[in-house]
Design a protein around this ligand. Structure first.
Ligand code: BG6
Length: 513
C-alpha cells in the first residue's frame, strides 16, 4: 500500500493557481442517494473536472440501497448540478466527467456487496485506468460507519490494489460524544492507519477560514497584540437565518452543540487561538490545534449554567416572512428540548490567553446568515479627548468575516471632520471579492482535491475530534440531565435573553454582525 503524505506548503496560496493534478483514482461514495452527493460532492468534483484538476482516469462509484441504474444515477446528479451550478455547466465537461460515474445498489452491511464492489473497482482499473487507488467516502447514516469500515477491512479494501492507495473519508458527525468518538476511532483504526483517514469538516475548506492563518502568520503587525495583554475578549458567531427545513429528524438527534459547535466552531476557535506552527504541514498545524483544545478549560458539570446557554426558536418573522417554530417543523417532536441555539463562554488556559473569554454562539433562525470572528481589543489606557467628544468611540475590533461579504475589517478611532475635536469609530475594510477579483473555490472542491493529493492538513486528526468532544461533554450531560427546560427565542431574534445575560454579567454585549 502506498500513501503519499505530501506537505501542505501551499496552504496559504490560492489553490486555483497551482498546477496540482492528482493521480487517477476511484471514489466510492457510501450513502450516494443522499443529498450531500448531489448538492456538494458531485458539483465539487465537476468543478475540478472543469478546471482540469481531475485526472481523466477518475471514477465515482455511488453506493446505496436504492435500486438505480448508472444512467438514472447520472441523471439525478445532473439535476443536482443544475440546481447548484446554474448556468455554469459545460456540456463537453459533463459529457466526459459523467462517463466516469457509476452506481452499485447494495446493502452496506452485507459482505456480498464488498465482493461485488471489489470486482467492480478492479474492472475500473482496467477499463478506466484508475490505477488501484481507492477513496471510500462515508456519507451514509453515521450509525453505519463502523459496519462499513469493518466490511471494507474484511474485503481487503483497506489496502489499495497493487501499488495503489486506499483512503477513508468520514463525514461529520464524528460520534455523538467523547465515548462514541473514541469507539469510532478505535473501530476505524483496526483497519485503517491514521494517515489513511480524512475526517472532514467543510469549514476548513473555506478560503476565509484558511485566511485566519494567512492574516495572523503572514503579517507582522497582528501577532504582537494577539494575546491577553491587548485582547479584551473574542466573539465567534455562526448565525443562520434558515430553520432546520427538512432535516428535522437529523436535528432532533444532533442539536446545535453537536451540529456546529463541536466541529466548525471548535476548528475556528483553534485557528484563532493557536500558536504559529513551525511549518504548514499536516502534523505541525494539527499539533498546534490540539494544544488549544487541551488548554480550553473544561466547564464543571455543576457550573454549566454559568457558562452555557441553550435556546430553541419559536415562531416568528425572518426576512419579512412568518416562519414556524422548531417544534412545528416536520419530523420534530412537539415537546422537543433540542437546542437550535447554543452559546458558551470558554477560556483558553495558557500563557497567551489567560483570562480572555472566548464567547462562541451559533443558532438557526437568527436574523441573518453570518459567520465571523471578532477580536475585541482593550480600551486605550487613557484618552486625552474628554467626555462628549468621544461618544461614538469604541475599542478597536478586528472582525474576520468568514461569510458572507468575506473580508476583514478593523474598527479604529478617527477624527470626525469639523472644527471641534470629536473622535468616533470607523471601519477599515478589506473585501476579498474586490481585492482579488477571483472567485474562491467551494470548500468541498478544495478538500476533495487535497484528499486526492494525499494532503491531510485541512482534515481532523483523531485527537482533535476527541479533544473537541471532551470540551462539550459536560455541557451535553448537564443539558440532558436537566431535561426539557429550554429557553425559547422568536425566529428572527438574536437568540434567547439568557445569552445576552451571559455577556452582560461580564459587562459586555454581543456584536450584531
Ligand atoms: C453543516 C450543518 O455542517 O453546516 C448545517 O450540518 C449547517 O446544519 C451548515 O447549516 C452550515 O454550513 P455553511 O457552509 O452554510 O456555513
Amino acid at each position: 500500500m502506498a500513501d503519499t503524505q505530501t506537505t501542505a506548503e501551499n496552504v496559504l496560496r490560492d489553490p486555483s493557481r497551482l498546477p496540482r493534478v492528482p493521480e487517477p483514482a476511484a471514489m466510492v461514495i457510501f450513502g450516494a442517494s443522499g443529498d450531500l452527493t448531489s448538492r456538494k460532492l458531485v458539483p465539487a468534483l465537476y468543478d475540478l473536472a472543469a478546471s482540469r484538476r481531475l485526472p481523466m482516469e477518475f471514477a465515482v462509484v455511488g453506493l446505496s440501497r436504492t435500486e438505480l441504474g448508472h444512467e438514472e444515477f447520472r441523471a439525478r446528479l445532473r439535476e443536482g448540478l443544475e440546481e447548484n451550478r446554474p448556468g455554469r455547466i459545460s456540456e463537453d465537461v459533463w459529457e466526459s466527467f459523467s462517463r466516469g460515474i457509476f452506481y452499485l445498489a447494495g446493502d452496506s452491511k452485507d459482505p456480498e456487496t464488498y465482493t461485488e464492489l471489489r470486482e467492480f473497482l478492479q474492472k475500473l482499473d482496467t477499463q478506466r485506468g484508475t490505477g488501484g487507488n481507492r477513496i471510500f467516502y462515508l456519507s451514509s447514516s453515521p450509525s453505519l460507519f463502523p459496519a462499513i469500515v469493518e466490511r471494507l477491512g474484511e474485503a481487503g479494501l483497506n489496502e489499495g490494489e497493487g501499488v495503489g492507495y486506499s483512503r477513508l473519508v468520514v463525514e461529520k458527525p464524528f460520534g455523538r460524544d467523547l465515548e462514541s468518538a473514541r469507539e469510532l476511532n478505535g473501530d476505524i483504526k483496526r483497519y485503517f492507519r491514521e494517515r489513511q483517514i480524512y475526517r472532514i469538516d467543510h469549514y476548513l475548506g473555506k478560503e476565509t477560514v484558511q485566511n485566519i492563518l494567512a492574516l495572523r502568520f503572514s503579517n507582522g503587525i497582528f501577532e504582537p497584540v494577539w494575546n491577553q495583554n491587548y485582547v479584551d475578549h473574542v466573539q465567534i458567531t455562526v448565525a443562520e437565518s434558515d430553520g432546520v427545513g427538512d432535516r428535522g429528524a437529523f436535528y432532533e438527534e444532533a442539536g446545535t452543540l453537536r451540529d456546529i459547535l463541536q466541529n466548525h466552531m471548535m476548528q475556528v476557535l483553534c485557528l484563532t487561538a493557536m500558536e504559529p506552527p513551525v511549518a504548514f504541514d499536516a502534523d505541525s498545524v494539527r499539533e498546534e490545534k490540539v494544544k488549544v483544545l487541551k488548554a480550553v478549560r473544561r466547564i464543571p458539570e455543576a457550573e454549566v449554567d454559568g457558562s452555557a446557554v441553550r435556546g430553541q426558536y419559536g415562531e416568528g418573522w425572518v426576512w419579512g416572512g412568518k416562519v414556524p417554530g422548531y417544534r412545528q417543523e416536520a419530523a420534530v417532536s412537539a415537546e422537543s428540548s433540542t437546542e437550535t441555539y447554543a452559546a458558551l463562554k470558554l477560556f483558553v488556559d495558557n500563557w497567551r490567553w489567560a483570562g480572555v473569554p472566548f464567547y462562541v454562539r451559533s443558532g438557526k433562525r437568527l436574523p441573518k446568515k453570518a459567520t465571523e470572528i471578532a477580536i475585541q481589543f482593550k480600551k486605550t489606557p487613557h484618552t486625552p479627548f474628554a467626555g462628549a467628544e468621544t461618544r461614538g468611540l469604541e475599542p478597536n475590533t478586528l472582525v474576520i468575516r468568514v461569510q458572507p461579504e468575506e473580508g476583514v475589517s478593523l474598527k479604529i478611532g478617527a477624527k470626525v471632520p469639523g472644527a471641534g475635536f470629536e473622535v468616533s469609530s470607523v471601519n477599515m475594510d478589506l473585501l476579498y471579492g474586490t481585492a482579488f477579483l477571483e472567485e474562491a473555490p467551494d470548500a468541498y472542491q478544495r478538500l476533495l482535491l487535497d484528499l486526492m493529493l494525499g494532503d491531510p492538513t485541512l482534515f481532523i486528526r483523531s485527537d482533535e475530534a476527541e479533544g473537541a468532544w471532551s470540551i462539550l461533554d459536560p455541557v451535553m450531560r448537564s443539558w440532558s440531565e436537566n431535561g426539557g427546560e429550554i429557553a425559547t427565542y422568536p425566529a428572527g431574534d438574536w437568540g434567547p435573553q439568557e445569552a445576552d445575560e451571559l455577556l452582560a454579567d461580564d459587562g459586555r454585549e454581543w456584536r450584531r454582525p
